[in-house]
Design a protein around this ligand. Structure first.
Ligand SMILES: [Zn+2]
Length: 235
């Protein structure tokens, strides 16, 4: 099969199509939840940065810095620098969404400080996953296009490494969110039921984007593997 025809095949639409729709829906949902709950103030009027600092302090973690970075939903934890990088709306926002996202990132810092196993495995896989995301598609396309099955096979194996990375990311993300939800309630930052519901809605929507991306990657991996085995049978 010519490489340009790969994305037009009915098999691709049946296998990968639904996961792409699910991913688009998850993206819309997370944007909606963030926009909605960044309008609703938490009753303690705490900023995201304050809530994250409070969560880290209560857990006895004192060597993590909290910084503001540009961008929209660009929040992340940098393990190399031991820094929580929060977007402006999360850093200084006093909303339900701001404390939810800030404490999710603080959850990653606590995973790092506590030697959470899935985070350690994920960090080990970063170089392979990076290589895979650079090389997998070019190798797969060129391999199919020039009918060099070995090349396509190497590409598929590299893409498999990316899929493994995405799968191991899921428990890391779910765990950070459940740490955030627990801390926000235990530390008395969320009091009203609608605040708890808001944080759940934002963090669950964010988790759904990771699930959707993983499902989509698994579906593509299966698709490429089926094409490769089909080509081999014809050869
Ligand atoms: Zn996260």
């Amino acid at each position: 099969m010519a490489f340009y025809g790969m994305y037009m095949s009915p098999l691709y639409l049946i296998l990968v199509g639904p996961t792409l729709l699910f991913a688009a829906w998850a993206q819309i949902k997370v944007k909606w939840a963030y926009s909605h709950y960044s309008q609703i103030l938490n009753s303690r009027r705490m900023t995201g940065a304050q809530a994250a600092a409070d969560m880290l302090r209560r857990e006895g973690v004192s060597d993590v810095t909290i910084e503001e970075v540009d961008g929209w939903l660009s929040d992340h934890y940098d393990p190399a620098a031991k820094a929580l990088r929060l977007s402006p709306g999360v850093y200084s926002g006093q909303s339900v969404a701001a404390v939810g996202i800030a404490c999710h990132e603080a959850g990653h810092a606590l995973q790092h400080a506590g030697g959470y196993a899935a985070l350690g495995i994920r960090s080990l896989l970063v170089p392979t996953a990076k290589l895979g995301s650079w090389l997998a598609f070019p190798l797969i396309f060129v391999g199919f296009w020039m009918h060099v099955a070995q090349l396509a096979m190497v590409g598929i194996i590299l893409f498999g490494a990316v899929v493994v990375f995405q799968i191991i990311t899921l428990p890391v993300e779910f765990n950070a969110s459940s740490r955030a939800k627990d801390a926000l309630q235990h530390n008395g930052i969320l009091t009203r039921p609608e605040e708890i519901e808001g944080v759940n809605s934002v963090l669950n929507a964010a988790a759904m984007t990771y699930v959707a991306a993983t499902l989509s990657a698994v579906a593509q991996l299966v698709y490429f593997a089926l094409i490769l085995s089909g080509n081999r049978r014809r050869d």
